[in-house]
Design a binder for this molecule. Structure first.
Ligand code: SF4
Length: 380
């Protein structure tokens, strides 16, 4: 039976962070019980629609899923398990905000079957946390990680951000070192993107908040943080993700390998041999939960699917699976993108390693430029 992943979106937060453009709401927690009921209905509908594929991974993201109580998480997981067969060794992750965790909740999540926790820390510097509008302090964040480990979680990710307005390299490296001193097995390091319409973008544009560091400064930060992570035994396996061996996030690997996944909840995306998405407002989503049809994404063409395979696959250090590409599209990567592939090899930005084609570290630094070039070539 084909492997499948399930993504569950939980769009509630205590308060919106200054940089956030995710599908999330602040101060709407009174709607959580109703949302949970609706979510359980959608899980059952989609399971039937897709003939109950076996789930290898489940990921509850947000928003702030750790606003759920242990009992609510148990209810959600009971629904998933009654609707889908779940592999015995399934990776079951949830995102958590340090400002919402306590021992009772963590034990409840663990007994509901959650076996991987992704904690959104973002920074261990108090002024950066204030600028980002986070609801927790650096001490609370460190304590949340220790508490999660004490409550039985042995697979913990911490999210950190860099290239923040006014950020100095030593502040970033302090955050990375502090994260490494905690019981974590995975680190996600995201470069801040100033999204249009967010509070932080307006603050920076108005000059009330300092500029983000320039490209050279960011490249230097990335180089140094990678050195620290490698020394600590964390391998980079994707553009922004580092793990101890065997602790790579299996759910995210589904996305990067373009394997099938079902997304449920407000604003969730799915790819079941065709991409589609749920409405991203609570009321519009509620209207469609009992129906299986969803808004399609992309044009579904071979060109679209080929490009997506490359765009996602090149994010991984191990690269794109060339054999699967050939089997699925009837041509090799070299035949699909002849000029780009030749240029990448000629400039030492990437190469074949057995059946996989991967970018070098330098190639990853210019990945967006390479992808634009490949997209143009696929248009011809
Ligand atoms: S906790 Fe995450 S989803 Fe919620 S507002 Fe902050 S960045 Fe957005």
């Amino acid at each position: 039976m084909e492997k499948c992943a399930l993504y569950i979106h939980f769009p509630f937060c205590k308060r919106r962070c200054s940089y956030c453009d995710f599908v999330s709401t602040g101060g709407m927690e009174h709607r959580i019980p109703e949302y949970l009921q609706d979510l359980c209905r959608e899980i059952r509908t989609q399971a039937l629609h897709f003939a109950r594929p076996a789930l290898s991974t489940i990921y509850i993201g947000g928003g702030t899923p750790s606003l759920l109580t242990g009992e609510q998480m148990q209810q959600l997981m009971d629904t998933v398990r009654s609707a889908f067969p779940v592999s015995d060794d399934a990776e079951i992750s949830m995102e958590a905000n340090p400002g919402t965790l306590d021992a009772g909740k963590l034990k409840g999540y663990r007994s509901a079957g959650i076996n991987r926790l992704s904690i959104g820390v973002q920074s261990f510097d108090s002024s950066e946390l204030r600028m980002l509008g986070r609801i927790h302090t650096q001490e609370e964040a460190a304590e949340a990680v220790r508490l999660a480990a004490a409550c039985g979680f042995d697979n913990i990710n911490v999210d950190l951000m860099y290239a923040l307005p006014g950020q100095k390299e030593e502040t970033l490296l302090h955050s990375v070192r502090l994260a490494l001193s905690l019981p974590v097995s995975h680190l996600s390091l995201y470069s801040l993107i100033l999204e249009e319409g967010t509070v932080l973008t307006r603050e920076v544009e108005s000059g009330r908040t300092p500029e983000v560091p320039d490209d050279d400064a960011v490249l230097a930060m990335e180089k140094h943080l990678r050195e620290i992570l490698a020394d600590a035994g964390f391998e980079r396996y994707e553009v922004s993700n580092y793990a101890r061996p065997g602790k790579e996030c299996r759910h995210n690997l589904f996305y990067w390998e373009c394997l099938p996944y079902i997304g449920v909840g407000c604003g969730a995306h799915s790819d079941m041999h065709g991409r589609f998405s749920n409405p991203d407002t609570l009321d519009a989503w509620k209207q469609c939960i009992d129906r299986a049809d969803r808004e399609k994404e992309g044009d579904g063409s071979i060109r679209d699917r080929m490009f997506e395979r490359v765009m996602m696959g090149l994010r991984m250090v191990k690269g794109v699976d060339g054999r699967r590409f050939r089997e699925d599209f009837g041509k090799t990567l070299d035949e699909a993108f002849p000029e780009s592939m030749e240029e990448i090899r000629m400039y030492g930005l990437g190469d074949w390693h057995g059946e996989r084609f991967a970018l070098t570290g330098e190639g990853m630094n210019v990945m967006n430029t390479l992808l634009v070039r490949m997209m143009e070539e696929a248009d011809v």
